[in-house]
Structures are given as C-alpha cells and as structure tokens.
Design a protein around this ligand. Structure first.
Ligand code: NAX
Ligand code: ADP
Ligand code: K
Length: 497
C-alpha cells in the first residue's frame, strides 16, 4: 500500500526524530536525496547551470544545501532569493562556501545583487531549476513574486525539480489556488503528501520519488493507493466448492429505450469480472441477450427478479419517470447497492443513510457537483474535500471518477486514490463498464471501499492494456468502452500473475 500523510502527522514525526538527531541532520538527508535526483535529471553535473528558487522557510534550506552539493561537483549554481532577509542562513553560507552565487529577486538589489530581472534571466537560461519556494509550510495561493518565478520556471527549457512538493500545491488536499510550479519530478521527504497523489496537485508533481529520511508518521494515513499486491490479495478467487450462487450474483438495473447501450456495457463489465451470474432488469433486455446470452433477464421490479448478492442501478436510465421508482425499489433491498449515473438523481440522503447494507455511489465530477449543490469546477478543484463531504452526507461509500479516482468511506477511513487509468478512458460508456465491474466485486463479498478501489484499479489497468499504452498514462491509442470490458480478464490475470 502506498500511503500519504497530512502535514500535521509529518511535522509531529519530524519533531520526534529531530529531538534524537544532531541539528540539521534531516535537512542533510533531504539535500542528499535532492542532489542525487538532480544529477539524474541533468545527466552531467559538471558545467551545468542550476538555479535554486529559495523561499523563506526550510524548503528553501533544502534547496540551498542541495545546491551546495551540486556546486562542489562542478555545477554553476545560482540561488534566487525570493525573501532575501529571511533565506535559510546556514544553507546560504554553505552554498557560498561551495562557490555558488545568490541573487536577490526582490526590488532592484544593490552591490553585486542584480534584482528580479537578472534572476528571471538566470531561470530562462538554466538546465535545472530546483523549486524550494515553499513546501509543507505553504499557506494559500503563491504570493505574487513567487507566482512570477513559478511561471518563469514553466516557460524555461530547464528541467524543474520540486523540493518536497511543487510550490503552490496544497500539501493536504492537492488543491491549487492560482499559480503553481509545474515540476518534471518531485523529491518528497519521509512520506508522500496527499497533494502529490490527488489531482490537480498530482499533475503538477511529475514523477514523484520518496526519500526516506527516517521519519515514521503515526496513525492512519490521510490517503492511500492500492498496489499490485494489495489488489491481488483482495481479488475474489473461486474455490473448488464454489458454485455460481456462492461466487456472487449481481443484478443490473440499467439502460432505457433512450440509452440501451448503457445496460449492455454495465452487463459487459459484470460478466467479465467474475460474477457467478448476472441478472438484468430494464428496457434493453433484447440487446443484452443478443450480446450476452449468459445474462438472465427479468421483467418487473428488481426486488422480484430473484436472489442477488448486489445490485447496480442507474447507468443509462435516462430522464424518464421510472428512474425514481427503480432506485427506490433497489435501495429497499437488503444487499449492497451501487448507484451510478442517472440513478444518482433520485437519491435521498435519509433513505441511503437508513440502509443496513452498504451503498456505493459512483459519480463523476458533474454528478458529484449536483449532489453537493455546487458548481462542477468546485468539485474538480477540491476533489478530496468533495468526496469526503459526499460520503459523510449520504453515510455511503463514494467513488469519485476522474483522472485520479477517489474512494471515500463514510466513517473517515483513509481515502483511496487510484491512478492506473489512461486519458483514453474518458470515453462514453466506460463508466458503465466500471459500474458492472464494481457491482460484481460487491456481489463477491468485497467491502464497498475495497470493491470501489479494486474496480478502479482493474478498470484503469484494463484500459491501458486495451489502449496498448503500457504503464504511461498518456501513451497508447483510442479505446472503446467495450474494449475496456473485454480487457478486464487480462488485467485480472496481470495482477494475479
Ligand atoms: N522539519 C524538518 O525536519 C524537515 C523539513 N524539511 C523541509 O522543510 C519544509 C517545511 O519548512 P517550513 O516549515 O519552514 O515551511 P516552508 O519552507 O514550506 O514554508 C514556510 C515559509 O514560506 C512562506 N510562505 C508560506 N506560504 C507562502 C505562499 N503562499 N507564497 C509564498 N511564500 C509563502 C512563509 O512565509 C514561510 O516563511 C518541508 O517542506 C521540507 O522541504 C526537510 O528539510 C526535511 C526535514
Ligand atoms: N482524464 C482521465 N484520465 C483517466 N481516466 C479518466 C479521465 N477522465 C475520465 N476518466 C475515467 O473514465 C471513466 C468515465 O466514466 P463516466 O464519466 O461515468 O463516463 P460515462 O458516463 O460515459 O460512462 C471513469 O472511470 C473515469 O475515472
Ligand atoms: K517546493
């Protein structure tokens, strides 16, 4: 499991360790990790031009000590001091002693200091920029001078390496208010921060490397990401004694005359995901049977369709009157229920809260915004707060779809984040496939948080497989939702193999 800890937990762990170590030891560990990553990005350190963006806190101190190490290896290192009087004193001395220079970015400078224009020119000409403007001590959006240098770093040809996290990204949430540094890579210390794993922050961080400096945050992480081994452990496996009913029967109440395809795709996701059987209720029974003769189709309300271990309701219901009745009927059962798409329009928090079996809601940002009564942009910019807020309001597990998918449980367990997907997944119907996949896992007996997180993981992996994109999120080529469903068994084998 990859875990990410909040700022308070990281600071507490740092305090514990610092009390036992000589002064400055942690910062030296951080600087060593930064210098090593810098050398990798540069290829050749000797003769390279390195610019350090240095703010007023310890984040700038890390950058200064790393700069000193690079200067000793023959790099030309220039520190740009964004708050000249308050830069880390010992770090600055170390840099100067190693042969590095410093420019004051504020005002016109005096004596040998050349001021902001010279500093901006240095950034433009650099091979590598180290972003030590602000780390976990950042508050609010970047101040104007810092924002100006964040822009300059982006416009420069230089590789950009963020110290601990990209300045302007909120460590606890991944929110970005205004300008932020766009890094090619980030070296983070002691523990991942939630903002490095959750969008939009994740996008700004580039390739993230964790340098273990010896701290061990206590308590539960704020965010966690399943890895291969976690998914393998959670995947249901049929035993010798299994029969189709014990394997889990999933019911799909989806599709309408207007959107029959959504019913077909949700069934496609379910039949590829290990369900013992799939029951289908809805207006697309003919289409479902034509594509999936293995499905069992039923007329009448879902609650009369025979025994199932979990229901999926909502994909492609359209805007007809029947949606509300269908959702109410499914929510009235005593088995786990996944509500997606148009089904989400018919949710009463009190009805969901009163259920005794788990409920899993799977909105995308637009649907989550409608449930929360806020604009879509607000959900997209504050994804962690949104998913936690919805889980609390409905007393349900909530899976918020997007480039990174978040899964929050109502009782405040760590939020699960998944980024196995590919941008090619943003195609009509891929969410319907996900609902069938997650529904099959619920029917197999996974807890709702596990079912959501494992489904998101496999769905992303299947999409990458179908797109031929390997592990890179933007490689490969187009995929159709059907291709994603067809690739689920391959993703499953990949995880188990
Ligand atoms: N505490 C420790 O033991 C260690 C800390 N380390 C580094 O120390 C960092 C935290 O240092 P600090 O607590 O000094 O905090 P930071 O250096 O992250 O930020 C605090 C400083 O930034 C300024 N600032 C805050 N918000 C700003 C904004 N929006 N725009 C511009 N400036 C802003 C503040 O005035 C303050 O001086 C970590 O991120 C990490 O890089 C590492 O050296 C590892 C060990
Ligand atoms: N930029 C992206 N990168 C990776 N995955 C994405 C991206 N955008 C959307 N997705 C994924 O694609 C799927 C789209 O689902 P959804 O929005 O419900 O579409 P639909 O309703 O058409 O099926 C979700 O699993 C979501 O996480
Ligand atoms: K930084």
């Amino acid at each position: 499991m990859r875990t990410a800890y909040g700022v308070d937990e990281v600071r507490a762990a740092e305090r514990d360790l610092m009390a036992r170590l000589p002064e400055g030891a942690l910062m030296q560990r951080a600087a060593a990790g930064l210098a090593a990553a810098s050398a990798e990005l540069l290829g050749r350190v000797y003769g390279s031009r390195v610019v350090l963006l240095v703010g007023s806190g310890d984040n700038g101190g890390d950058a200064l000590y790393a700069g000193a190490r690079l200067a000793r290896r023959g790099a030309g290192v220039t520190a740009v001091l964004l708050a000249p009087g308050r830069a880390h004193g010992h770090g600055l001395s170390a840099l100067r002693k190693a042969g590095g220079a410093a420019l004051e970015a504020e005002g016109s400078g005096g004596g040998t200091e050349l001021g902001a224009e010279a500093a901006l020119r240095a950034v433009a000409r650099a091979d590598l920029v180290l972003d030590g403007i602000v780390g976990i001590g950042g508050k609010g959006g970047l101040r104007p001078l810092a924002a100006r240098f964040a822009r300059a770093a982006r416009e420069s040809e230089a590789a950009v390496l963020a110290v601990d996290l990209p300045s302007g990204v909120e460590a606890d949430s991944g929110e970005v208010r205004g300008e932020a540094v766009r890094a090619d890579a980030t070296v983070t210390f002691g523990a991942y921060k939630p903002g490095l794993l959750v969008d939009p922050g994740r996008e700004y961080a580039g390739v993230v490397r964790l340098v273990p400096i010896g701290i061990e945050p206590a308590g539960a992480p704020a965010v966690e990401a399943l890895q291969f081994a976690d998914v393998a452990r959670l995947l249901p496996r049929p035993g010798a004694e299994s029969d189709k009913y014990r394997r889990g029967v999933v019911g799909i109440a989806a599709g309408s005359a207007q959107y029959p395809g959504a019913g077909v795709l949700a069934v496609a996701g379910a039949v590829r995901s290990g369900a013992g059987a799939v029951r289908y209720v809805g207006a697309a029974a003919g289409e479902v049977i034509a594509r999936f003769p293995e499905a069992l189709v039923h007329e009448g309300p879902p609650s009369h369709a025979g025994r199932v271990q979990a229901w999926v309701v909502g994909p492609g219901l359209g805007s007809g009157q029947d949606g509300g009745r269908l959702v109410a009927d499914v929510l009235g059962t005593d088995v786990p229920v996944l509500v997606d798409a148009e089904g989400l329009r018919h949710l009463e928090p009190s009805v969901v809260r009163a259920r005794t079996a788990p409920t899993l809601l799977t909105p995308h940002a637009g649907e989550a915004a409608a449930l929360l009564g806020v604009p879509r942009e607000e959900v997209e910019s504050a994804r962690l707060a949104s998913v936690r807020g919805l889980a609390a309001a409905y007393g349900a597990t909530v899976l918020l779809k997007g480039a990174t998918t978040l899964v929050a449980a109502p009782a405040g367990a760590p939020v699960r984040v998944n980024s196995t997907g590919t941008a090619w997944l943003a195609t009509a119907g891929s969410g319907d496939v996900l609902s069938g996949l997650a529904g099959a896992l619920l029917a197999a007996g996974l807890l709702s948080g596990d079912a959501g997180a494992v489904a998101a993981y496999l769905h992303g992996l299947a999409a990458r497989g179908a797109s031929g994109g390997g592990r890179g999120a933007s490689g490969g080529g187009p995929v159709a939702a059907q291709d994603v469903a067809a690739a689920i068994p391959g993703a499953w084998r990949e995880v188990l193999g």
